[in-house]
Design a protein around this ligand. Structure first.
Ligand SMILES: Nc1ncnc2c1ncn2[C@@H]1O[C@H](COP(=O)(O)OP(=O)(O)O)[C@@H](O)[C@H]1O
Ligand SMILES: [Mg+2]
Length: 372
């Protein structure tokens, strides 16, 4: 699959931009704060229906404008498709796929697929469990059609149960508590099964990559760490039982304390918690390894190569890590950003399109002729 064109209207600093992409390597260079990440964010948005930075839609719309429009045309198996997303202040986003109105984001996510690498990937290792859940959810939503819907249904039910917990057992709606709990167990168990499989498969791959990059020095261990322990066959019953068992406590706390909204991934380097004990270098390698594993998981289950979005990554990586990342560049369409094209570890002859970005305006690179 590859992205052919993108059209942005009032997307962050881009008032109006049209870009054509080759099915190869595109480089976008520019100084800081000119709009490089914003452009990759817009591509990611067309794949996932949201920002990789978890920005709210209000933050994305150009300052002072009322709406944003993103249009992407991509090609999959020799067939062109188009996505059009309209964001409006204080309104729900509108999505058209091949001209037809999509009523739920979950129906279109994954039509176009991407994996975004950025120096912030290290936060998967260093940050809170929410970051690691998001890492799993982004990959799973693009790969499995029903996953995002499960997640949305789970979160909606969770919000309803939490609202009821705040009302307390005296409330007239309390009799629906049992229904909410069995729905949470139903959706939750399926989310857990998908995450368990993801951690097992992508985890193993990440462990191999870390081993390769570190020349056998470091052992990474990736383990799904569900909030409710169970074996894979009993997930729904176990979850239902555990939610019920915690009901009294939840009434007191006025929130749901158990379930996959509290899951985590346990990351160990040489047997110790990577967040607290690994060096910055080991953490960076672990982050790269698990992102590379996400990419191969997506390839395995969809038979397609996602679009690789590389946001200012090469400066952060040493030679071995660069080499590892470059193995992926051969098979995928790549859109990468940098501040200085001369320091890219990529043969300039392989770069098929090159743009400069300055203050939200993108133009063909001035030094393009020279480099060819
Ligand atoms: N909604 C918005 N409207 C206009 N400009 C925006 C909006 N959101 C962010 N920006 C601008 O985008 C710029 C940052 O762009 P970014 O893509 O992160 O830069 P970089 O090139 O360093 O990756 C900042 O100058 C910021 O003011
Ligand atoms: Mg940036």
């Amino acid at each position: 699959m590859y992205l052919k064109t993108i059209d942005l209207t009032n997307y962050r600093g881009y008032e109006r931009t049209h870009l054509d992409f080759p099915d190869g390597i595109t480089v976008i260079s520019g100084k800081n704060a000119q709009g490089k990440t914003n452009l990759l964010e817009s591509v990611f948005f067309c794949c996932s229906g949201k920002s990789h930075r978890n920005a709210k839609e209000d933050e994305i719309i150009l300052f002072g404008a009322e709406y944003s429009i993103l249009k992407a045309v991509f090609e999959r198996n020799h067939v062109a498709h188009d996505v059009e997303i309209t964001l409006q202040r204080e309104k729900r986003k509108k999505i058209l796929f091949d001209g037809a109105r999509i009523s739920r984001t979950s129906e279109f996510v994954g039509q176009m697929k991407s994996v975004l690498f950025s120096p912030d990937n290290i936060l998967i290792v260093k940050d809170s469990p929410a970051r690691r859940r998001n890492y799993m959810d982004v990959a799973l939503s693009q790969v499995f059609r029903g996953y995002l819907k499960l997640l949305i249904d789970y979160n909606k039910t969770l919000a309803m149960r939490n609202a009821l917990l705040k009302e307390g057992p005296g409330h007239s709606g309390w009799k629906t508590m049992d229904v909410f709990e069995s729905q949470l167990a139903h959706y939750g168990a399926r989310i857990m099964a998908a995450r368990r499989n993801f951690c097992e498969e992508a985890g193993k791959e990440a462990e191999t990559i870390q081993n390769r990059i570190s020349g056998g020095e470091d052992t990474l261990t990736v383990t799904y760490s569900p909030n409710v322990e169970s074996d894979a066959t009993e997930e729904e019953n176990r979850l239902l039982e555990e939610i019920g068992r915690n009901r009294e406590k939840d009434i007191f706390r006025r929130t749901t304390t158990v379930g996959p909204h509290r899951d985590d991934i346990l990351l160990l380097v040489n047997g110790k918690d990577a967040k607290s004990y690994a060096s910055q270098g080991q953490q960076r390698t672990a982050a790269l390894s698990i992102k590379m594993a996400e990419l191969s998981f997506m390839r395995k289950y969809t038979g397609e190569n996602p679009i690789l979005l590389l946001d200012d990554v090469f400066g952060e990586l040493d030679a071995k890590r660069r080499q590892q990342l470059l193995t992926a560049v051969d098979d995928c369409q790549v859109i990468l950003t940098c501040t200085n094209i001369d320091s890219l570890p990529i043969d300039q002859r392989r770069i098929q399109a090159q743009f400069d970005v300055e203050n939200g305006v993108i133009s063909p690179a001035r030094n393009r002729q020279k480099t060819l």
